[in-house]
Design a protein. Structure first.
Length: 293
């Protein structure tokens, strides 16, 4: 496992385990426990996933069973946009996340999207960070222009920006802007973290001939190659699976290295835009997420 140092000085594992779309709490708890048993030390949940209780239960069980200590784990959750209307509402939502998880503190807490009053919510996040409830605070789905404005205006620079990052949407080059999403994060010292590092169930990278050839050359699977590609370009990955064999497979990425040519071949699959349903820049998506339509 490799670690990246956040702007707080804390070390963040470069691979973690995501639990988006795991609404069954028993399945979520068992998957997270299995992930920790296999060696993952970063777990990524969110208020919106409605499974923080299950993540907390798995973490407590793993600690009680002597698999790891709380200090070795890095648990992330996120503030949902409807809780970002003002400082008091955000502060109450942060405390509610901490209560549901029941693991003392959170290693990282993110604003899930740049919607609603995300500056007021950030003031509540900053207070909770300074109080030690949240060891680091960051953002998610902050596009380059939004992240630039945010970093130029806030007291505490986000430690992390969690965005969609996979070979079909590399975010290595800007569309019309001169700086790409990754350039902006580098400029402000914000660590990039990939959601949907395996494509999120879209695109079917597992059948791509080019990815398969690179995987065969290393005696690895396509999933392992895609995760390794992101880690090698400095991006934290948080693949999700509810299958034990895939949970183990996805973690086994630390014993090989992609060449510069292979890295470029993988990046060449970039479409330059998100093929995900989550189109944060679309007005109708914004109204839908805010519950207005
Ligand atoms: N901040 C945000 O807005 C945001 C948005 C999306 C996701 N996230 C976070 O990022 C995490 C990862 O993203 P994601 O869950 O959307 O997508 P992902 O991890 O890229 O892909 C998960 C999908 O790939 C399958 N899969 C996993 N390992 C596989 C393997 N080795 N071979 C073949 N298929 C495999 C999973 O199926 P099985 O489970 O059936 O194995 C699931 O359908 C989430 O869980 C969440 O924590 C954040």
């Amino acid at each position: 496992m490799q670690y990246v140092t956040l702007n707080t000085g804390a070390k963040m594992p470069m691979e973690g385990f995501g639990v988006f779309r795991v609404p069954d709490l028993k399945q979520c708890e068992d998957s997270v426990y299995e992930a920790i048993r296999v060696g993952y030390r970063l777990i990524d949940t969110a208020t919106a996933y409605k499974n923080e209780e299950a993540v907390g239960a798995a973490v407590r069980r793993a600690i009680a069973d002597g698999i790891c200590t709380r200090e070795e784990l890095f648990v992330t959750s996120k503030l949902w946009v409807t809780d970002m209307s003002d400082e008091a509402t955000a502060a109450a939502a942060i405390d509610a996340s901490l209560r549901r998880l029941d693991i003392g503190y959170l290693d990282l807490y993110l604003e899930h999207q740049a919607l609603n009053d995300y500056f007021a919510a950030w003031r509540a996040m900053t207070d909770a960070y300074r109080a030690g409830k949240l060891r680091a605070i960051g953002v998610s789905n902050f596009y380059p222009n939004i992240l630039t404005n945010f970093c130029e205006c806030v007291d505490v620079i986000p430690a992390v920006n969690q965005v969609e990052l996979h070979p079909y949407y590399t975010q290595e080059t800007g569309l019309m802007a001169e700086e790409s999403a990754l350039d902006v994060m580098r400029r402000y010292g914000v660590v990039p973290e990939a959601w949907a590092p395996l494509g999120g169930g879209r695109y079917n990278p597992f059948e791509d001939e080019d990815f398969k050839a690179i995987a065969v050359a290393h005696g690895k699977t396509v999933g392992q190659v895609l995760l390794r590609w992101n880690v090698q370009r400095g991006v934290v990955v948080i693949p999700k699976s509810t299958h034990a064999e895939r949970i183990a497979e996805n973690f086994d990425i630390w014993d090989f290295e992609l060449s510069a040519d292979e890295m470029a071949r993988i990046s060449a699959h970039d479409m330059g835009y998100s093929g995900s349903r989550a189109k944060h820049f679309e007005p109708s998506f914004v109204r839908m997420v805010l519950g207005k339509e």
